[in-house]
Design a protein around this ligand. Structure first.
Ligand SMILES: [Zn+2]
Length: 258
């Protein structure tokens, strides 16, 4: 089996894994059990370490649904699924948080001090991570309930813009054909995206102010689908980027973790 895995071109392997995930539609946690051990092989995991940023946390709940469900918890649930899927695809990840808390320094007292410290620490984590690629997960809101649809934002560091464009169209294609939103630069509007020196995407997965979409965003299956589209789209973009940069004789394959 090891040899078979080694010989599969990564394009086929990623496609296969995405297909398995989409067709089987089991939970991400069960998908992890399907991974095939490949030990003792020096295989490439891809050029990036994905810094997965579940937006907000702790007393900073972010946006809320009409009945008070906080964005921070939905962000965390989707980010944990994304982390599991990227691991399954052999990618390196770092998570900003794995539970319901902000990441401010001890000694921060006011809400404002905590928020500033929290954002600086998120920037610091990206900056300290070698070959970082930020994926920040958020939920949107708007005063009028009629607006819906995921939207992908990017910073100006390549290849973020190209990845965002692809992800935007795949989110619409796979999850919501009525979503005609376009990917958009967030360099001027989002502190985290402006401060980092690594490529970054910020995915607003949907609008908590829209009751139907808010309901979907809280469903485990829909969160899994969202994470799956993000993981497969970004991984496929990386794979294309690597293939265009490397000779055909030297195409690495993805490592499946134990
Ligand atoms: Zn947010």
């Amino acid at each position: 089996m090891k040899q078979i895995i080694k010989e599969i071109p990564k394009s086929l392997l990623v496609g296969f894994l995405c297909l398995v995930a989409a067709l089987s539609f089991v939970s991400v946690w069960r998908l992890r059990e399907l991974s095939v051990p490949v030990s003792g092989q020096e295989l490439h995991a891809g050029p990036y370490t994905y810094v997965l940023d579940a937006g907000h946390g702790g007393e900073d709940g972010g946006a809320t649904t009409a009945d008070g469900v906080k964005e921070s918890g939905i962000n965390l649930a989707i980010s944990l699924k994304l982390d599991a899927l990227l691991h399954l695809l052999g990618q390196n990840t770092v998570m900003v948080r794995r539970d319901d808390r902000a990441v401010y320094d001890p000694g921060s007292e006011t809400f404002s001090q905590k928020k500033i410290s929290d954002l600086r620490n998120r920037v610091r984590l990206v900056e300290q991570t070698e070959n970082a690629f930020l994926i920040s997960i958020h939920q949107n809101e708007f005063p009028q309930a009629k607006y819906s649809g995921a939207q992908v934002f990017y910073n100006e560091i390549p290849p973020a813009k190209a990845f965002a464009k692809r992800l935007q169209s795949e989110l619409a294609e796979k999850l919501d054909p009525e979503n005609h939103r376009k990917s958009k630069s967030a360099t001027d509007t989002v502190y985290l995206m402006r401060q980092i020196h690594a490529p970054g995407l910020l995915v607003e997965c949907g609008f908590l102010s829209n009751p139907q979409e808010a309901e979907r965003l809280q469903q485990d299956d829909y969160q899994t689908k969202l994470a799956l589209v993000v993981a497969c789209s970004v991984t496929a973009s990386v794979q294309e980027e690597m293939q265009s940069n490397e000779s055909k004789d030297n195409i690495p394959v993805y490592k499946l973790r134990q």
